[in-house]
Design a protein around this ligand. Structure first.
Ligand code: NAD
Ligand code: DAU
Length: 357
């Protein structure tokens, strides 16, 4: 039996990953400990279907809490750490960078250091252990009209979020270079799918349309992101855990570059077909102030993980987006719960700021 310590497992990708593991592996093959301090983005609702499993355990706590990490490693023989825990939203990092430094940099260093301490016998790492840092393509910065990010592209982050993720990557790599710590770093492009918090473009757009609120597009709407269905990100991480070469970085992406305006118009069109009586149409689109330091284009070259590990995405965008929209339509209560209270206040303040030119 392999024991995973998944951090940030109550968030969007982490919760999808935990469910992916329980779907893929048989009972008694794996045990999952989910460590999450349930920020606004963490939600135990995301894990209802697996919470009663014998081999699943939730611990509410912060990756910055060294004593807690120490006790988790003492009580459990952890084989794999998969570090999803992070502050993940670029707009928030522009407003409040400090928490990004704490969680994404200091938290990651605490976590890798606890793992290092418990995974060595007489300065040798025990075989089979692995620390996966779930990073992002944003660490590479922004592309012009041509070219792709490869694992060799130099790091050039622009937002406090991406700078904090790049810093964490360098720390994790330093643990490999210095101590031969068994690590991998994965850098994925934009994910979409069920359980994504509706501050991110796709669920925000669906949520706003369902409430017949305006959909804000930053700047000219021509920024490009490379979209991947979340389950394909999970399958890539799972492969890196089992087959990735130690110390290596793996880019993950869907070869699915789209301008933001294309995404917005496309989803509005689908929603207008699916819900006839709500008058959802392009008139909901509102161009607003651009994001500060807005990266223009991301595009991933994922040939390394494809060739070396045999990964390929199973979902194309058209099919992935339909199941995503369908999920949000069937889970309006979830949307309602996560957007009420604090989030509503945050969103209206941010929205007012964006529309006031
Ligand atoms: P998310 O914001 O939905 O979830 C983050 C989770 O981390 C939440 O459950 C939150 O409660 C938890 N968390 C935050 N701070 C914590 C702390 N100090 N201690 C313990 N738990 C904490 O984020 P996501 O979109 O699921 O992203 C997960 C990871 O994947 C992040 O590291 C992000 O940088 C990376 N990533 C995201 C994308 C994407 O498109 N969403 C793409 C590539 C990489
Ligand atoms: O590339 C991977 C990254 O993708 C992850 O590391 C981040 O955690 C994740 O948040 C995401 O970052 P982005 O900034 O690309 O995602 P976001 O959904 O915030 O924005 C996508 C694009 O849409 C971006 O160009 C900004 C634009 N946008 C976003 C929002 C929320 C709008 O035009 N209007 C909006 O309301």
């Amino acid at each position: 039996m392999k024991t995973y310590l998944v951090t940030g497992g109550a968030g969007f990708i982490g919760s999808n990953f935990i469910k992916y593991l329980f779907n893929k592996y048989k009972e008694r093959e794996i045990k999952v400990i989910n460590l999450d301090n349930l920020t606004y983005a963490g939600n135990l609702e995301n894990l209802r279907e697996i919470e009663s499993k014998e081999d699943y355990k939730f611990i509410k706590g912060n990756i910055c809490d060294k004593n807690l990490l120490e006790s988790i490693f003492i009580k459990n023989d952890i084989d794999y750490v998969i570090n999803f825990a992070a502050e993940s939203h670029v707009d928030r990092s522009i407003e409040e960078p400090e928490i990004f430094v704490k969680t994404n940099i200091v938290g990651t260093q605490n976590l890798i250091d606890s793992a290092k301490k418990h995974w060595q016998i007489e300065n040798e790492f025990i075989r089979g252990k692995r620390f996966i840092q779930v990073s992002t393509d944003e660490v590479y910065g922004s592309l012009g009209n041509e070219g792709y990010f490869t694992e060799e592209t130099s790091l050039s982050p622009h937002s406090p979020y991406s700078a904090s993720k790049a810093s964490a990557d360098l720390i994790v790599k330093a643990y490999f270079d210095t101590y031969k710590m068994p690590i991998n770093i994965t850098r994925c492009s934009n994910n979409y799918g069920p359980y994504q918090f509706p501050e991110k473009l796709i669920p925000l757009l669906i949520n706003n349309c369902l409430k017949h609120n305006e959909v804000p597009i930053y700047g000219d709407g021509r920024n490009i992101r490379d979209w991947l269905y979340v389950e394909d990100h999970c399958s890539a991480i799972d492969l890196v855990v089992s087959k990735g070469r130690l110390g290596e970085v793996y880019n993950i992406g869907g070869n699915n570059e789209k301008e933001n305006i294309y995404i917005v118009e496309y989803i509005i069109k689908i929603l207008s077909y699916m819900i006839k009586d709500m008058n959802i149409n392009d008139k909901l689109i509102r161009y607003v102030k651009d994001r500060k330091g807005h990266d223009r284009r991301y595009a991933i070259d994922a040939s390394k993980i494809k060739v070396e590990l045999g990964w390929k995405p199973r979902h194309n965008f058209e099919e992935g987006i339909i199941s995503t929209i369908d999920w949000y339509l069937k889970n309006r209560n979830w949307l309602q719960n996560v957007t009420s209270g604090q989030y509503e206040k945050y969103y209206s303040k941010m929205y007012l700021d964006k529309v006031s030119r």
